[in-house]
Ligand binder design. Structure first.
Ligand code: 2RA
Length: 331
């Protein structure tokens, strides 16, 4: 299986390589694609040095699958060109997520909709993936009516420049800024750009993508997305109102039985998810599970995941693995 990784030098691209090694997909040829300035750069994969190639050379090689994480503009321009030569593109940018004819996939939930003719598949936003995966079993059982979400997002979601800004600020160095304000010892209620409705694009991704993946635009969603100076992953405080009432023990059982979800919930021993402990892991971690006594049929929970793994690279590689295992892509 010829697999391309487009945007291989970025933070998500680097994690894609790690996950491809861990998942041991039947890769016969790995095609590493980076910006023109990185063509020829050597990257180690499974102890072999591979040289980055240009986009044009990668297209000419006709990969079976191309994992994209190089920004929306690159996806918009080049994903269709790969698709034209028969490649199945799994795109981590927001470019195609809301296209009616493009699947938006969390494998554990809705990979069964995929067809061989799907040549561009969208990977949902990191904060969407971790929340919707955690809630999926509960939605099936109790039907979600409304979600109120506050996110606490790692600077790795912004990229290398943001990580560098934090390191500089912590060391007292004034240099280029990825954010409009210092991120060291701070919290910015500003992830991505503001839309006319006063919400940020990041907050509206949670609204729109959740409704698309669950196939129900009647689900009410409101969110506040906050950037915080942590590395390990995104955290979310989620308040969910259901159509049906629930028993807390049954909620825990459903969560424990949801593939890809690990429950960490025992306040007697201070057990709850944290970015520090989620970092480097592929699961979505859920804790602080408790009934909201201010409103009936309503639950509070705390959801944490490594945003570069299940929030991006791992989810994309799992989609590729599903395509191969179900012969939707064949070599
Ligand atoms: C962020 N989810 O965290 C966005 C993009 N990765 O900035």
């Amino acid at each position: 299986m010829k697999i391309a990784v487009v945007g291989v030098t970025g933070m998500v691209g680097q994690v894609m390589l790690k996950v491809l090694e861990e998942e041991n997909l039947p890769v016969t040829e790995l095609i590493l694609v980076a910006s023109s300035k990185s063509v020829g750069k050597e990257i180690i994969f499974k102890e072999k040095a591979l040289k980055c190639v240009s986009m044009e050379d990668a297209i000419a090689k006709k990969p079976h699958i191309a994992l994209f994480s190089a920004g929306g503009d690159v996806s918009k321009e080049f994903a269709p060109k790969f698709a034209e030569v028969g490649t199945t593109v799994i795109d981590n940018s927001s470019a195609f997520r809301m296209d009616q004819d493009k699947p938006l996939v969390i494998p554990e939930i809705n990979a069964d909709q995929l067809k061989p003719s799907d040549k561009i598949i969208a990977n949902p936003n990191c904060s969407t993936i971790q929340m919707v995966l955690a809630l999926s079993g509960l939605h099936t059982k109790y039907q979600i009516k409304r979600l109120v979400i506050s996110t606490y997002q790692s600077i790795t979601g912004t990229g290398v420049a943001a990580v560098q800004q934090l390191q500089n600020e912590a060391a007292g160095i004034k240099d280029k800024m990825a954010y409009p304000y210092p991120i060291h010892e701070n919290a910015l209620p500003h992830c991505d750009v503001f839309e006319e409705n006063g919400y940020t694009k990041e907050e509206m991704k949670l609204v729109r993508e959740t409704q698309k993946i669950l196939g129900d635009r009647s689900i009410a969603v409101t969110a506040t997305a906050v950037r915080i100076p942590v590395m390990g992953g995104h955290s979310e405080s989620v308040n969910v109102e259901f159509e049906q009432d629930f028993e807390i023990n049954e909620v825990r059982k459903i969560l424990s039985e949801t593939a890809g979800v690990t429950v960490q919930d025992n306040t007697d021993v201070n057990l709850y998810p944290m970015p520090l402990t989620a970092h480097g892991k592929n699961d979505v971690f859920v804790g602080r599970i408790r009934r909201d006594h201010s409103q009936e049929k309503t639950l509070n929970m705390w959801i944490v995941a490594d945003n570069l793994r299940k929030g991006a690279a791992t989810n994309a590689v799992q989609i590729a693995s599903y395509l191969i295992a179900n012969e939707l892509v064949t070599s």
